[in-house]
Design a protein around this ligand. Structure first.
Ligand code: HEC
Ligand code: HEC
Length: 361
């Protein structure tokens, strides 16, 4: 270490940061590139603006944001830090971001995710995209959490996932030097408690909205679909998928409602045959996450057993050995068009946007 580096370390130690490995000079402030101190911009990023008209219109219909927890830039910034902070797990090894990875559309492409002790969970992780458009606000594949504010505290306490108690987590958060100022900015007080932790996490998760896909540009009149994509769009909106036993289920869009492609009310008959999981109220019903970015994902459905959209769409084809999924397999000649349309829902920007990224790096 040369003299100036040693001096820099001393300054950093006096302001309470830990570690002194890779200090860098950034925008006139000292940013510490260590794994236990977040690097944040002086003024918070924007978390609730810039949406095109069709997304704003959907928000006015379906937004599950409660009146007592509107998204603010400072609230979502605090939520971002908590989301990526490993101190939320019992042994400081996992953060929310370990199973909801930004570069994988905030899901884990592994079929099942290992928890803090390496044990696998029981269901596939869920992509945290456009969660705020799920009208009832109920969370998880089986909707067992009544709201996002309640949901975000559950993985922390789950015995397989993060294995901590809320008291432990509150103490650990209070002990970190960077949190009091962030709570003060977000909530006007340095007091740290579980309600504020839950509200900040929920604000951050609600702010993860995709609106920069080709589909969105087409909606805004700034691009047009290819012939194949247009054929897929028409099939998605109108054609009933062939159902089991001659039943005629609604169209894809009847369940996965555009523009966010969410099933806000999974009442329509549907089940992915699964003897181990009965879903909502044991009725073989499951919530479906937003289909945006689904073409970038693998391990689909509540148990992750469907490899990708091609696998799903072609399961009904004779002779391919897999059980067809009711309402999800289409005629072989329609697979290419539906895949092309689903790919227009991909938002690549969200996979790397700084405001959603891990600040501990
Ligand atoms: C060990 C992996 C793991 C960790 C860590 C984890 N999750 Fe999850 N998450 C999952 C799984 C698996 C599900 C689906 C579980 C189910 O439905 O039973 C899920 C579901 C969710 C949902 C429901 C989404 C929806 O549309 O209903 C939200 C929101 C969520 N997680 C947020 C978080 C937050 C916030 C944290 C950190 C406090 C977190 N998760 C930590 C694996 C994880
Ligand atoms: C009757 C309502 C219904 C219809 C019709 C329907 N879906 Fe679904 N879809 C669901 C539900 C519910 C799930 C989640 C089920 C589960 O995990 O077991 C789902 C899951 C999916 C998934 C996986 C999502 C994920 O995140 O894992 C994709 C992709 C999908 N549907 C596309 C389609 C397409 C394309 C069509 C038209 C051919 C269609 N769906 C028709 C209700 C429906």
């Amino acid at each position: 270490m040369n003299k100036s580096l040693v001096f820099l370390c001393l300054i950093i130690l006096t302001v309470g940061a830990h570690g002194c490995k890779k200090e860098t000079q950034e925008k006139g402030t000292i940013a510490v590139s260590s794994s236990d101190t977040p690097t944040l911009p002086a003024t918070a990023y924007s978390y609730n603006t810039g949406y095109p008209a069709h997304v704003v219109a959907e928000l006015s219909l379906a937004d599950n944001t409660p009146n007592n927890n509107p998204i603010t830039n400072d609230g979502a910034s605090l939520g971002r830090v908590l989301f990526y902070d490993k101190i939320l797990s019992a042994n400081n090894t996992l953060s929310c971001g370990s199973c909801h990875k930004q570069n994988e559309s905030f899901v884990d492409n592994r079929v099942l995710s290992p928890g803090f002790l390496g044990e696998l969970g029981k269901r596939h992780s869920m992509p945290l995209l456009n969660v705020r458009f799920y009208q009832s606000g109920k969370m998880f594949w089986d909707e067992r959490a009544a709201s996002l504010e309640q949901q975000v505290l559950m993985p922390i306490q789950d015995h397989l996932e993060m294995g901590a108690t809320l008291n432990e987590v509150v103490s650990k958060v209070k002990a970190k030097t960077y949190y009091p100022a962030l709570f003060e900015k977000a909530f006007g007080t340095k007091d740290i408690d579980t309600t504020k932790i839950a509200r900040a996490l929920a604000q951050y998760v609600r702010s993860i909205v995709t609106y920069q896909s080709k589909y969105d540009r087409v909606k805004q009149g700034a691009a047009s679909f290819s012939t194949l994509e247009q054929a897929g769009a028409t099939l998605f909106a109108t054609a009933p998928a062939p159902g089991p036993g001659g039943a005629r289920p609604p169209s894809c869009a009847g369940c996965h409602k555009p523009p966010m492609f969410i099933t806000s009310n999974p009442e329509a008959p549907f089940s992915l045959p699964d003897p181990n999981d009965l879903g909502i109220n044991n009725q073989r019903r499951f919530k479906s996450p937003s289909l945006r970015n689904v073409a970038l994902r693998s391990s689909l459905f509540h148990n992750g057993s469907v490899s990708n959209i091609q696998d799903m769409l072609s399961r009904g084809a004779p002779g391919n050995g897999n059980t067809a999924i009711p309402a999800h397999s289409v005629r072989p000649e329609d697979v290419a068009a539906l895949s092309a349309f689903l790919q227009t829902l991909n938002d690549q920007a969200i996979l790397t946007e700084e405001r959603f990224s891990n600040p501990f790096k």
